[in-house]
Design a protein around this ligand. Sequence first.
Ligand code: B12
Length: 309
Amino acid sequence: VDSKSRIRSLFKAESEKLGFCFCGFTSPAPVEDHQRYMKWLEKDCYSDMTYLARPDAIAKRADPRQLMPEVETVVVLGMPISFQQHNSFQIAGFAHYRDYHEQLRELGTRLVMSVQEQTRRAFSHKIFVDSSPVLERSLAVRAGLGWIGKSSMFVHPDYGSHVLLCEIFISYACHDPIIEQISDHCGSCKRCVDSCPTQCIDPVSRTIDVTRCISYLTIEKKGDFNDQEKRSIGNHFFGCDICMAVCPWNQKHLTRISSLSPFMIPDPLSIRTEEAFNEKLAGSSFERLKFSRWMRNLEAVQHNLNINK
Ligand code: B12
């Protein structure tokens, strides 16, 4: 066994112990899908998430080496998350864990440490989760782990799309020169497209119109909702899992074991002061909202629940 495949096997075995459900490898070469990204930006449907269009960040997405010049291989990891029972205030699955960004970075660091210890090989590394200018889904596809579904979600053939992604850039070349890609398995299925309450999915370009996506409206959008936005979120208080919940590829593992530590969400109605917000939601994904957007969402969902009674 050559040292490259040994290190890949070690990454896989150790990542599994840490709770990751898949682990793949790809080169840090410029990302071919970048053109798709540029086309999507041109359509001007990213709303006020202007950081997505910053020239320096665009260049980094195109070429991973701009984030870490010495990178030789990109390790792509997936962490499964569970769907949650519906109740009057719907909250996305990922928010039922403590903020995943920090947790996945910690697990990634432990993974690198244990591989380095066992191989006695020192290499530098950088870990990326969500918030950096990395085309995470495209790298996952290029690592041969799955495909991009119509909803724009990355889909793994066993774990589906209800997975969070994390990349470790390492200064040691260990990917295979030829990586077999998984072809599109969506076929003629259009469940995600038809189930989206705001019809924000464009199955042809496999991208979404962010300005209508409930996840965007309830998590990222700044400022007040207009009447149509308010109506369209229904009882979705934070994020939206619909395009994943209906996907046939997510039916295999409905209860999933995630090694992320859970966050017990208090009843949203019990948090109506900034003090309570800061005290009870520290370390959770809700921190991103800040108190003003928390109250905006609360009022909108309450309003929608009342008119539907
Ligand atoms: C901005 C953003 C959002 C925005 C916009 C989402 C979007 N679809 O563009 C909003 C706020 C709406 C959002 C919502 C959600 N998000 Co988000 N988001 C991001 C972020 C930061 C950037 C995504 C981006 O660049 N979008 C622009 C589009 C054009 O790029 P893209 O999605 O990467 O698409 C690429 C591929 O699809 C590929 N491609 C497109 N078509 C095709 C076709 C073929 C044939 C091929 C081969 C490739 C291909 O090219 C594109 C460019 O490289 C990433 C993290 C990251 N750094 O990548 C997380 C990320 C995409 N989000 C994630 C999650 C979990 C969610 C939510 C499920 C959260 C929730 N429950 O509410 C929803 C899902 C909504 C949805 N259907 O996408 C995960 C997705 C994991 C996965 N399995 O795919 C990511 C990867 C974060 C992470 N580290 O886990 N998100």
